[in-house]
Design a protein around this ligand. Structure first.
Ligand SMILES: Cc1ncc(COP(=O)(O)OP(=O)(O)O)c(N)n1
Ligand SMILES: Cc1nc(C(=O)O)sc1CCOP(=O)(O)O
Ligand SMILES: [Mg+2]
Length: 202
């Protein structure tokens, strides 16, 4: 089951990554993702193990970004992009119960989503300073087209805030993923809670 609010951590944010994840969990996030382009596999594995021990028993899903072997070694969930290797091969490497996410930027990419992918990360919906190599923003109309074409639930990502929740829901997203709206907020727990509340509002 895919949940509503998914917080991607940022090692460049003002508070440590573990505290970002803990605040997200307290605020009601469904998932956190450890995203760090420069840390070693051993460092990411240590963080994942800590979060899995501490927060997975309470229901939080813990993802690692890009690192198939870290997911395999720790039992964490995994998120891959279009350039991060074959998702079928990754599915074979990770735990049977682990979730596998795949980034999708275009409707055409929806035709190539293999079985075993649990959800897509669809975006960027809006411009984002967090990922300088992101594709051009697709907007909520682009998101709706991807939702319609995808065989699995879509989690919207890219430049999102709580105010976007109604439009993302109208577009058919199953959830929303954020980096800066939580990790750069003065109170990351309250920011997560605001996202959860906004998502639930009809
Ligand atoms: C939930 C979610 N969706 C999309 C992405 C982006 O992944 P990717 O395209 O591989 O880019 P990087 O994050 O690796 O720079 C994501 N991480 N999470
Ligand atoms: C990690 C990531 N992936 C994206 C994609 O479009 O695939 S956009 C993005 C960064 C999202 O950060 P923020 O919430 O601070 O804009
Ligand atoms: Mg990636």
């Amino acid at each position: 089951m895919i949940g509503a609010v998914y917080v991607v951590t940022d090692p460049g944010a003002p508070i440590p990554v573990l505290d970002q994840a803990r605040a997200a969990a307290r605020g009601g996030a469904w998932a956190v993702q450890l995203r760090d382009k420069t840390a070693s596999d051993a460092e990411i594995a240590r963080l994942a193990e800590t979060l899995l021990a501490e927060l997975a028993p309470g229901g939080l899903r813990v993802f690692v970004n890009d690192r198939v072997e870290v997911a395999r070694a720790t039992g964490a969930d995994l998120h891959l992009g279009q350039g991060d290797g074959d998702p079928r091969a990754a599915r074979e490497r990770i735990a049977p119960g682990a979730l596998l996410g795949l980034s999708v930027e275009t409707v055409a990419q929806c035709a190539a989503i293999p079985e075993g992918v649990s959800y897509i990360g669809a975006g960027p919906v809006r411009a984002t300073a967090t990922k300088p190599d992101a594709a051009a923003p697709i907007g909520t109309d682009g998101l709706a087209r991807i939702v319609a074409a995808a065989p699995v639930p879509a989690i919207a990502i890219g430049g999102l805030t709580a105010g976007d929740a109604p439009a993302l829901r109208r577009a058919g997203a199953a959830g929303m993923a954020v980096v800066s709206a939580v990790t750069r907020a003065p109170d990351p727990e309250a920011a997560t809670r605001a996202l959860v509340t906004a998502w639930r509002q009809r």
